[in-house]
Ligand binder design. Structure first.
Ligand SMILES: *Cc1c(COP(=O)(O)O)cnc(C)c1O
Length: 437
């Protein structure tokens, strides 16, 4: 190519061996930071457009993204995964792949506020309505909320802010009885602690921005599917999966069987709405996943130690951590969580919002921010931030009071975390400080 002009060489010259192969095979996943891919032979283009073979455009597929999807499917015990630009994108794409106007979701009340807003405000405008179940441990309450138009049950494996759990095998049996889909947001538990698909759930969604990445550098999201679509009830409940393709092409279910849900999300939802992850972000999420078990193991051990310590402090009214026998869902957690109880939980200080402010301002090792699953310990005051738009009664129902703080415990030396909490508790509960302030 050296006989070409400078501008041409500037954009076309790659380091290649004489046979055209790349000059090196890297051990780590290469970052295919490219919008698109060259067609090798002329007919490869038609093969891609006709049969989906090979790579053409990163919104449709990218090897760096594929590598992370492959790993996530393997870790969740699923058949396939789909990586997206954020956790919100993952939940949105998963739900839009299952529901249409006139249909209905039954969701746990105990879910991420961004998800609640999506269901309550955005999907409602598209004609998809939701009923929220407060008593999530009452299977009858879930059953009673199911309508003929219900297509999805939605819950989190471990919830914010009060660490509620759902009985996934029981909910999965209920969903199966109605032929509908159980979607579990597994962000807080991660597949290292809990694998909803192995407990009978149909679809898992993740915010990969949290524990999967772990470094707090990027946003990402993922859908993982069990591959076990009920092909008997699908024609009645999910007709878009069985409808013939354009020009009489086979339906998605004819092409991929039990993988029809995720194939539809990959082919017909994600590329059209367009929340494609950057291959660079995919690479960074992949790097994070390689140490997931080590981080979550350490974070869970640290969190248990911190929660036990807080529970014994006179300045603390209550600690909502499923690893403590005092938590109402502890028995369920002991049954379903395999290697620890997670590291995001809330506790409530004796005092008011000012007590909480003094406590957060006094912390030195903990970082004050709205994120979780980071290797660093983080703290947030839900009543004035994530849950500020709710009424006091709604907050109380979710276990959020004026003195409630949410922590995400990191991988630091636990002695430093306890020392930091101890000095901040002393500052926060020192009434003379309050008077001066
Ligand atoms: C953060 C979070 C989300 C949203 O994920 P983003 O990556 O921030 O879009 C969804 N569910 C849960 C449980 C979360 O913690």
């Amino acid at each position: 190519m050296s006989r070409r002009g400078f501008a041409t060489r500037q954009v076309h010259e790659h380091a290649r061996r004489d046979d055209g192969a790349p000059i090196a095979t890297s051990r780590a996943t290469p970052i295919y930071l490219t919008a698109g891919f060259e067609f090798g032979e002329y007919d490869d283009a038609a093969a891609h457009f006709g049969r989906g073979e090979g790579y053409a455009y990163t919104r449709i597929g990218n090897p760096t993204v594929d590598a992370v999807e492959h790993t996530l499917a393997a870790l969740e015990g699923g058949s396939q995964a789909l990586l997206l630009a954020s956790g919100q994108a993952a939940t949105t794409v998963a739900l839009l792949g299952l529901l249409e106007a006139g249909q209905h979701i039954v969701a746990s009340t105990h879910i991420y506020e961004g998800t609640r807003g999506l269901l309550r405000d955005n999907l409602t405008r598209l004609g998809i309505t939701s009923t929220f179940v407060d008593d999530i441990d009452q299977l009858d309450a879930w059953d009673a909320a199911i309508l003929p138009t219900t297509r999805v049950l939605f819950a989190e494996s471990i919830s914010n802010a009060s660490n509620r759990l759902v009985d996934i095998p029981a909910l999965a049996a209920l969903a199966r009885r109605h032929g509908i889909t159980l979607v579990i947001d597994n962000t807080f538990a991660t597949p290292y602690l809990l694998r909803p698909l192995e407990l009978g759930a149909d679809v898992v969604v993740h915010s990969a921005s949290k524990f999967l990445a772990g470094h707090g550098s990027v946003l990402g999201g993922a859908i993982v599917d069990s591959g076990r679509l009920d092909t008997d009830s699908a024609p009645r409940l999910y007709p878009h999966l069985v409808a013939p393709g354009r020009g009489g092409a086979p339906s998605i279910i004819d092409r991929v069987g039990g993988d029809a849900r995720i194939a539809y999300a990959r082919e017909a939802v994600a590329p059209r709405f367009g929340p494609t992850p950057s291959p660079l972000n995919a690479f960074l999420i992949g790097q994070g996943i390689e140490t997931l078990s080590l981080r979550v193991e350490r974070q869970s051990a640290n969190a248990l130690a911190v929660a036990q310590w807080l529970e014994g402090r006179p300045e603390v009214v209550s600690v909502d951590y499923i690893g403590l026998p005092s938590h109402r869902d502890h028995a369920l957690a002991a049954r379903d969580l395999t290697a620890g109880y997670g590291s995001v939980f809330s506790f409530t200080l004796r005092g008011d919002a000012e007590t909480a402010r003094r406590f957060v301002e006094a912390l030195e090792v903990f970082t004050h921010m709205t994120h979780l699953g980071d290797v660093r310990s983080l703290v947030l005051h839900p009543a004035s931030t994530s849950h500020a738009a709710l009424t006091e009664a709604e907050r109380a129902a979710l276990g959020v009071q004026a003195g409630t703080l949410r922590v995400s415990i990191g991988i630091e030396d636990v002695a430093d975390l306890l020392e930091d909490l101890a000095q901040a508790l002393t500052v926060a509960s020192d009434v003379s400080v309050a008077v001066v302030a």
